[in-house]
Structure formats: C-alpha cells, structure tokens
Design a protein around this ligand. Structure first.
Ligand SMILES: [Zn+2]
Length: 478
C-alpha cells in the first residue's frame, strides 16, 4: 500500500465518521414544539360560524413550521347556547400535545318588544288605560310575550323583558288622555215632519248620551222655532256639549205646508162669505131653524150647550152643519173660576158631541166670547191663558164680528135683528162676516130666512166654520 492510499483512506474514514456523528447529533437535537390554536372563544348562537383549529409543529432551531393534522373532538352545536369543550390532539415525531378549548355559544341579541295600537282607541281623562296589546320575541327563545313585565304609571307604561341569556329590552308607551267623541243625540219622534199650517206644533224633544258623561239630556240646547202660520221649512237643532267640549248635534226638519182645506181669509178674499153661527142651543126653535137652512141649502155653525136636547145636536150634524162646543154649562162662575174647571166643562160637552155625532169637535166659542170681562171677577187673566192654551191644544176658538143684538134681557124685534146683522155685514166691506145669533131666541131665529135671502141676493156665500176659518178674534179684556 502506498503512502498516498493511506492518506486517501484516512480522509474518507474521517469524513464518514464525521457524517455519522453529525447525523446522530442532528437527530438528537431535532425536537419540535407543537402549537395548537383555536380562533374563537365565542360564537353567536344560531349562526353558521365555526371555529378554526390549527396545529403547527415548529422546529427548535431552524424555525420551520409543519402544518399538522390534529385529531379533534368537537361537540360544538351552534344552535344551542352553552360552553363546549373541544379537545385537540396533535403529534410530530415523538412530540404529542393535547389541548382543550372552551368555546361558548352565546345569545347576545336582545329580544324585541312590539307595542300594538288600536286605531279607535283612546283613554278618557281620569280613566285607566286599557292595554292595546303587545308581543315580545327573541331570536333564540322565540315568543316570550308571557315574560313581559308592565310597569304602569300615570302617563306611561314601561314594558320590559329579559331573554334566557339575560339580554333585556325595554319599550315605552306614552298614555295620551283624550275624549274625541261627541255626545250622541237622538231625536225623539219623527226626524222629518210635514204638517199643514195652523196646526199646533209640539216638539217631541231629544235625548243625549255621551261616552264620558253618560246621559246629558238635560244639557241639550234647542234652537230654531216653527212658525205654524207661515209655509216653509223649519229646522230645530238640538246640541249638547260634553265635559271636554265635544259638541253633538242633531236636527229635526219641519215642513209647514198649505192646508188641504182652504184658509178662511184666503177663501173670503175671492168672494164675500157669511158664517152664520148660533150659540146657547139647541132649543125648541132649533128645529125650525134647521128647516130654513135646508130650504136655502145654507150650512151654519152651532156652538151648543147641554140643554137636554141631544137629538137636535144629532140633527144639526146630520144636516151638514158644524157642531162645535160652547159649554156643558153657560154658568160663568163655573166656567171661569179656574183653567181646569173650564176644560172639565169643555171636555164634558166635547165628549157628548162625540157620542152623538162620532166626530170630536175642535172648534169652540167661549161663553161671553174671548173678550168677556165677566170672567175677571172669578179668575184674573183666565181669558189670556185660555185663548193661548186652546190653540196650543189644537183647538180653535171663534169670536164674531157681527152682532145680532139678540142676547139682551129685553127682546128686540125680528126686524131689528135683521137690520143689525145686515148693517154689521155691510160695515165689514166684504171681509168675512162671523155673525152671532142665539137659537134659543125665537125672534132672532125668525130673522134668519131674510138674512139668507139678502145675502144670496147680494153675492154672499154662506159657509160653516171649520178649523181653517177666520176666527174673528176680539181684543182680550181679561
Ligand atoms: Zn153664549
């Protein structure tokens, strides 16, 4: 072996030895650190978030990293709140590491409270608020309306609710007090009335009810009026104001129309009219009078008393005359001592006529006339009261404007009666004549035929009175 060979072998041997030693040293020194990370400690419940777990092995010297595939035990359920433990195990060479992470699935979203409002709702002042409704829902718990707590004070309600994770929500409702509703007025009777003029109008009134005040009929104010003498449309307005100033109103409309029968004055304006009227009967002269009237086909008016001659009252009616009330009695003291006394007497006679004729008369003549002063000694002002009152009751009283002069204690001649009547009629110059005679006086009844003849010859029409006729009302003296 040459010296060169030895040198070569020695060098090769040294190199091999060095490499072996180096490798052993290298392997012994190559330990690793395993690092395991989890990117989240918390996940919102109900989301599709998840955790990212990384396991990395790092060399001790050279800093190189190796991504590892760890074994993971992950029970995480993001649909349920709770703390989940994730165990991660990673291994590199001889190194092995196990780490446990706690991950919380949490609900941090507060519930939502919804307050309902009813469109027609209001709270009356002084009254308690009535709940209009509310609901509470939570993303995790669902409907938690039953957990809502209401804290009611005078002007507000605080609603609060806490979900199972402790998230709390509040909602506030301001209570607004008001009364927007006006009283409701109910018109009693017909709301629209049509009636012929000159009939009395009596208002049937109205009632008022308010949501807050209750029955406030006594606060109704009535405005407007009806003039029953004038054709037209009239409005009666009823209004009532509640405590909060809301005004309720209602109306009644009244149409006053022309009478179906002609009005006396209008008829007489076209032609001269004589109304023959006979008071205080019937009597033994009445029968003859009826024959005279029949003879000329003249209809007259009888203001009768209870004289025990009922058949003559029937007869007057049957022959087409107007039968009207004078009085059951003609006794002024009994008639005019009181209003009640007057009516008692009036209705007694009216009832009797109704029994006899089947028709209830509404026409009357006050014994002594409306202008009598004799009533003053029995009851002051009674004629003033009665003349107004009878019309309000739908009755019609008649006076006269032509006197026969047949009622004096001393009888006058038939010729004088005739003259008195004719002169009286002429004095009126074509205005309607309401002639007063008494058919209990024979000398007066005897003048009737000539009066009729004169009237017919002079272009007059004889008519019976009806409720439309001219009343010939006199000036009151009591
Ligand atoms: Zn009389």
């Amino acid at each position: 072996m040459s010296k060169t060979k030895w040198i070569l072998l020695t060098v090769i041997g040294a190199l091999v030895l060095g490499a072996v030693i180096g490798t052993v040293i290298y392997i012994r020194k190559t330990t690793v650190d395993i690092e395991i990370t989890c990117d989240k400690e918390k996940i919102a419940v109900g989301t599709d978030e998840t955790v990212t777990i990384r396991a990395v092995a790092k060399g001790r010297y050279d800093g190189r990293e190796f991504e590892l595939t760890p074994e993971i035990d992950n029970p995480l359920d993001t649909s349920k709140t709770g703390t989940y433990e994730i165990t991660v195990k990673a291994k590199k060479y001889r190194e092995e590491k196990t780490v446990t992470f706690a991950v919380n699935v949490v609900d941090e979203v507060p519930p939502v409270i919804e307050l309902y409002t009813q469109p027609e709702y209001f709270t009356l002042p002084g009254r308690t608020y009535t709940e209009e409704g509310f609901s509470a829902s939570d993303a995790y718990d669902g409907d938690i309306t039953d957990r809502v707590v209401r804290d009611v004070s005078e002007d507000r309600i605080v609603y609060s609710v806490t979900d199972s994770s402790g998230n709390r929500t509040e909602a506030v409702r301001e209570i607004i007090y008001s009364d927007p509703i006006a009283p409701e007025i109910t018109v009693l009777g017909e709301q629209e009335i049509t009636q012929e003029r000159r009939y009395p109008y009596e208002d049937a009134g109205a009632t008022a009810v308010d949501n807050y005040d209750g029955d406030i009929t006594d606060r109704i104010v009535v405005s407007g009026s009806v003039d029953t003498t004038t054709i037209g449309d009239y409005v009666i307005e009823y209004s009532a104001t509640d405590t909060f100033g809301n005004v309720g109103t209602a109306n009644r409309i009244i149409h006053i129309i022309e009478r179906s029968k002609p009005i006396g004055e209008e008829e007489e304006a076209k032609g001269k009219v004589i109304y023959l009227t006979f008071d205080d009967g019937p009597s033994g002269y009445t029968s003859k009078l009826l024959d005279v009237l029949d003879k000329y086909n003249v209809k007259a008016t009888f203001f009768v008393c209870n004289n025990g001659l009922d058949w003559l009252i029937e007869e007057e009616y049957k022959r087409g005359h107007t039968v009207a009330v004078h009085g059951w009695t003609h006794d002024y003291k009994k008639l005019y001592s009181s209003v009640d006394g007057f009516y008692e007497n009036f209705y007694k006679m009216q009832d009797r006529i109704y029994e006899l004729t089947g028709e209830r008369p509404t026409l009357l003549r006050f014994p002594g006339g409306s202008s009598n002063a004799v009533s003053r000694q029995y009851c002051k002002g009674i004629m003033t009261t009665l003349t107004k009152d009878v019309e309000e009751k739908g009755l019609h009283y008649f006076d006269w404007n032509v006197l026969a002069g047949d009622s004096e204690a001393q009888p006058i001649s038939t010729e004088q009666v005739y003259k008195n009547v004719i002169n009286g009629i002429l004095y009126l110059k074509g205005k309607p004549a309401v002639v007063l005679q008494h058919d209990i006086k024979g000398f007066s009844v005897n003048a009737v035929e000539d009066i009729i003849k004169w009237g017919l010859e002079n272009g007059y029409t004889f008519l019976p009175l009806d409720e439309t006729s001219y009343g010939a009302h006199q000036r009151l003296n009591n």
